[in-house]
Design a protein around this ligand. Structure first.
Ligand code: NAI
Length: 482
């Protein structure tokens, strides 16, 4: 038996989890369950993380969390348990599989176009770091963190998923034409990792074109890897292609801990009424069985689910109007009735490796490269015109530094610009060294501190080169050699 941690969740969570576990029981899946407390009840007891210490210990020991949807109380400074769980345990890859299901009508199923694609979405970084600040009364900023090691983890997951699923192509969706450094790094990393998988075809596509192609010809895609926010949007788009969120399983895969969950919420409007559709959670359970090396059980359950739906069995939220819908319990029973267990030969329980607890947090770093600070971006709160700011800066500039540009919302407004560019109260003043000599980082900081006496500085950002290559963006309108 493989031991896993199970949290039933809130709202319809307990009903759909009981339904899924009864299918597992009927299929004689060799799993043992450690039930843990997470969600609303736990928040109510005063745990701001939404999980008890025992739950945390259990999950860190089994390495697997199978969870129902959970309610995050609004306000009160508590964090979403779903996001907290994914981040705390570094489940770097969110894997969602989308397949045509016979009996679930969509424009594509009606047109006879089969869909079988998997989205692998980065799960930790991007704007989901939630690092946001008001810089002035009018300007809020969000830090979008994309790291090379983080990108490597999710991209490797995508190639591994493609191999497991028997796909031939992995596609990287991105916006590197605009976000040249963040998405650019993700895209570069994609082609680096692709070299390790010569048996798979690697290609990339700009994310807006990807969305258009997905709704025109979804059958052309197999495995798509994306950064977090773009992946979030594209995966819901794909859920729509196969009939909605109710048919999209989700796995959050980390090196040590894996979380399997339904993608929908707690559906409080139908909780406790025997109306909930357990399909999404059951399909996530199948993904879990596959990950645990119990593919034979996974296939048997998947086939039974497909057979039940194909026979016209459906809950009230989907299916043909001309056939009567059934309740959660009856739907579950129809799946159990369709189970065929003859093909299950042996269980591969021994293949599953429980996580080995690391003694310290893993530091993920790339190889050493030469980093040089070459300038500083100074964020200035001001309602003056750019020329007035430039005059102040030029009066107080060190000899080995130049004022190269002043921008407003990323558009250059000094030394050249257009009077048609509307301004907000945050300028970025870019100061760069004008010498081939090394200028210490501290000197740029001192320059900013000096300017602080004359300008209302709200933030700074260092400008660096790595192995001589510029690693900061140019403003719109700024010349590359400036
Ligand atoms: P929801 O997904 O719970 O409900 C949206 C609509 O879909 C409702 O009409 C609901 O009845 C229906 N629905 C959802 N799942 C269904 C199912 N399995 N069978 C039949 N109908 C279903 O989204 P909503 O209302 O925005 O969120 C409700 C709560 O769920 C919130 O507290 C939210 O924080 C939480 N939530 C939790 C998630 C998780 O644990 N992963 C994900 C999304 C929301």
């Amino acid at each position: 038996m493989i031991k896993i941690s199970v949290a039933k969740g809130d709202g319809i969570g307990p009903e759909i989890m009981d339904a899924v576990l009864s299918v597992f029981e009927a299929a004689q899946v060799p799993l043992a369950y450690e039930f843990v407390s997470m969600g609303k009840g736990v928040y109510d007891l005063g745990y701001t993380t939404g999980m008890t210490d025992e739950a945390k210990q259990s999950i860190e020991s089994t390495g697997i969390l199978f969870k129902g949807p959970m309610e995050t109380p609004k306000g009160g400074g508590v964090k979403s348990i779903n996001v907290t769980a994914r981040k705390t345990w570094n489940t770097h890859s969110n894997i969602r599989k989308f397949q045509t299901i016979k009996g679930v009508d969509t424009v594509f199923s009606k047109a006879g176009i089969p869909i079988n694609l998997t989205i692998v979405r980065e799960n930790i970084e991007d704007t989901y770091g939630g690092i946001e600040h008001y810089m002035t009364k009018d300007v809020a900023v969000s830090r979008r963190i994309i790291s090379r090691p983080g990108s490597e983890q999710v991209i490797r997951s995508a190639f591994e998923t493609a191999l497991k699923e028997g796909y031939r192509t992995v596609t990287c969706g991105h916006k590197a034409n605009i976000m040249k450094l963040t998405d650019g790094m993700f895209l570069d990393t994609f082609y680096e990792i692709a070299k390790e998988y010569p048996q798979l075809h690697a290609e990339d596509i700009i994310v807006d074109a990807l969305c258009m192609k997905l709704v025109c010809a979804p059958q052309k895609f197999e495995c798509i890897v994306l950064t977090n926010l773009q992946g979030d949007i594209v995966s819901d788009l794909c859920a729509g292609l196969v009939g909605g969120l109710g048919f999209a399983p989700s796995a959050n895969i980390g090196d040590h801990i894996k979380i399997f969950e339904a993608v929908h919420g707690t559906a409080p409007d139908i909780a406790g009424k025997n109306l909930a559709n357990p399909t999404s959670l059951l399909m996530s359970g199948v993904l879990m069985l596959n990950q645990l090396g119990l593919e034979q059980y996974g296939s048997a359950i998947q086939n039974a689910l497909m057979a039940a739906i194909e026979n016209g069995t459906h809950t009230g939220d989907f299916g043909e109007n001309r056939t009567t819908s059934v309740g959660t319990k009856e739907y579950t029973q129809a799946i159990i009735n369709a189970l065929q267990l003859d093909n299950i030969t042996a269980s591969h329980v021994d293949n599953y490796q429980k996580p080995i607890s690391p003694s310290t947090n893993k530091m993920m770093v790339s190889s050493n490269e030469i980093i040089e600070t070459v300038g500083i971006d100074i964020f200035v709160e001001s309602e003056q015109q750019a020329n007035d700011i430039a005059t102040i800066v030029l009066r107080h500039l060190d000899n080995d530094m130049d004022l190269t540009t002043i921008t407003n919302r990323g558009t250059q407004v000094w030394p050249e610009g257009s009077v048609f560019t509307d301004l907000v109260d945050t300028y970025v003043v870019r100061i760069e060294k004008n010498t081939t000599e090394i200028v210490k980082k501290k000197k740029f900081m001192e320059q900013a501190v000096h300017l602080y006496d004359f300008l209302n500085i709200s933030s700074i950002e260092m400008l660096i080169t790595i192995d001589g290559k510029r690693k900061y963006s140019l403003a719109q309108g700024q010349k590359a050699n400036a």
